[in-house]
Design a protein around this ligand. Structure first.
Ligand code: BES
Ligand code: MN
Ligand code: ZN
Length: 490
């Protein structure tokens, strides 16, 4: 989708559809007021008669208004003016975007970012609207192509505004591309998107950009490094594991990098501790941590951020097989710490622990891992917030702040020492499950043992990474949070 700027008076803009916002019980402002005046009060008359509903997220399509050049106007409800915040702003953009997608509007002119919102400046509102419209316009088509009679996607949108907003537009395009990459990878079926496929994707990102290098470690390389935890998870599958390392040099060789580490289980059957059959297909999304760190990496490169960034993906398929690892096994991780396996379905922490140890060599100034790690996180926070864990208050606050700004929110859970005892076992340095209480936290505690030498945070996206049901699929979260964090670091 192409994003441009247009600063003509709204009623003079030639477009298939102008998108404007209206508040409940407030006089019309901005583009809505301009179109209303040009059409001799047509919009206010329809609000008066109840034909336009300004309730937040409601959309009403108007055709052929006199005095207005555009063919249609999409009036989007913004709700009560005094309760309008970034979350409602995001929601208004998304529902207007969904309307356009469903109604085959292929070209539109957007004015929603005019609406003042908290203390957010025009550039933020424009950038956020650009990302939201692109996200709302995404439909997965790779293994189900659009039919002739299916709705046509938006091809281009212009935003009301002057040329000085060009930077915000370019940022929106970069971040939207990161979201798209993440969603597409998340949605692909596990017979296509396996560890080798993820490695191939990383290679193609590296080939497309000058300042990007890639390393792919295969079984032998990992064995030489002693990554027995990661290898164990992958050993029950025909699709061998990969450790994927992308490096972006945007700040010269002296600067410490930021590191992102993603869980890339391309299918999680549970292994010998086999999952129940119902909804097992959803475990194709168990590589969304990997997908989103790749998406954030790509956005960072497209934004040309003056930072160094390392992105590590621990990719494996967790399958039951004659060679699979089993409950009772004791593994020696790359760090030298031993792990007793009590459940082969707690595999994410095993691939991540070796990736975190490997990450030490880059001496990052911050290391953030992203993973669909625990069902317990979904129980704790549902689908709205990602779970954030870190022993470092400043890093936790930076990440939560980035989530607030990007409307891709995370909520902190404690990783106090008190929880560590749940990982005790007589047979190894730790076991890989901590029992029923605080399952998301004990998973975070497990990871913390491998990140002691780093300024580290963990984001559990088990609830936020995808939406159940037909149309939705992967959300691309937390690409927004991560890119905002990287922007703030630069
Ligand atoms: N990938 C799952 C976590 C998951 C489950 C994410 C459902 C989203 C929805 C992870 O590998 C897993 O199976 N975790 C187990 C851990 C348990 C065995 C300690 C879980 O959450 O049940
Ligand atoms: Mn699992
Ligand atoms: Zn998993």
């Amino acid at each position: 989708m192409k994003l441009t700027l247009n600063n003509k008076t709204p009623h003079a803009v030639e477009s298939a559809c102008i998108v404007v916002g209206v508040f409940e019980d407030e006089p019309l402002t901005g583009a809505a007021a301009d179109l209303d005046k040009a059409s001799s009060g047509a919009i206010s008359a329809m609000i008066e008669s109840g034909d336009i509903d300004a309730f937040r997220g409601r959309t009403t399509l108007l055709h052929g208004l006199p005095g207005v050049k555009a063919d249609r106007i999409l009036v989007t409800g913004l709700g009560e003016a005094d309760r309008f915040d970034r979350v409602r702003f995001d929601m208004a953009c998304m529902s207007a975007g969904a309307f356009l997608r469903e109604h085959s509007v292929t070209e539109a002119h957007i004015c929603l970012h005019e609406a003042e919102c908290e203390d957010l400046d025009l550039a933020w509102r424009l950038r956020h609207a650009g990302i939201a419209f692109d996200r709302a316009n995404y439909v997965y088509t790779t293994t189900k192509p659009r039919k002739d009679d299916s709705p046509h996607p938006l091809k281009s949108v212009s935003f009301q505004g002057d040329a000085d907003l060009e930077d915000a537009i370019r940022q929106a395009e970069a971040i939207a591309a990161g979201y798209r990459r993440a969603r597409e990878l998340g949605n692909l079926p596990p017979n296509i998107c396996n560890p080798a496929y993820l490695a191939q994707q990383a290679k193609s990102i590296a080939e497309a950009h000058e300042r990007v290098d890639v390393d792919i470690l295969k079984k032998k390389d990992m064995a030489a490094l002693g990554m027995d935890a990661l290898l164990a998870v992958g050993q029950g599958s025909e699709n061998g594991p990969r450790l994927i390392v992308l490096k972006y040099n945007g700040a010269g060789d002296e600067e410490q990098p930021v590191a992102l580490v993603g869980k890339g289980i391309t299918f999680d059957s549970g292994g010998i501790s086999l999952k129940p059959g119902a909804n097992m297909d959803q475990m194709k999304f168990d590589m969304c941590g990997a997908a989103t760190v790749l998406g954030a990496f790509e956005a960072c490169v497209l934004l040309n951020l003056p930072i160094n960034l390392i992105t590590i993906v621990a990719a494996a398929e967790n399958m039951p097989d004659g060679r699979a690892y089993r409950p009772g096994d004791v593994l020696t991780s790359m760090s030298g710490k031993t792990i007793e396996i009590l459940n082969t379905d707690a595999e994410g922490r095993l691939v991540l622990c070796d990736a975190l140890t490997y990450c030490e060599r880059f001496n990052p100034r911050a290391t953030i891992d992203v993973a669909t790690l625990t069902g317990a996180c979904v129980v704790a926070l549902g689908h709205h917030a990602s779970g954030l864990m870190s022993p470092h208050d400043d890093l936790a606050e930076e990440l939560i702040g980035a989530g607030r700004v990007s409307v891709d929110r995370a909520w902190r859970l404690p990783v106090w020492e008190d929880y560590q005892q749940q990982l005790k076992t007589p047979f190894a340095d730790m076991k890989n499950v901590g029992g029923m209480p605080a399952g998301a936290i004990t998973a975070g505690c497990f990871l913390s043992r491998f990140a002691k030498k780093q300024r580290w945070a963990h984001i559990d996206i088990a609830g936020s990474a995808w939406k159940w049901g037909e149309a939705e699929g992967a959300t691309g979260r937390p690409v927004g949070l991560l890119t905002q964090y990287l922007i703030n670091q630069s």
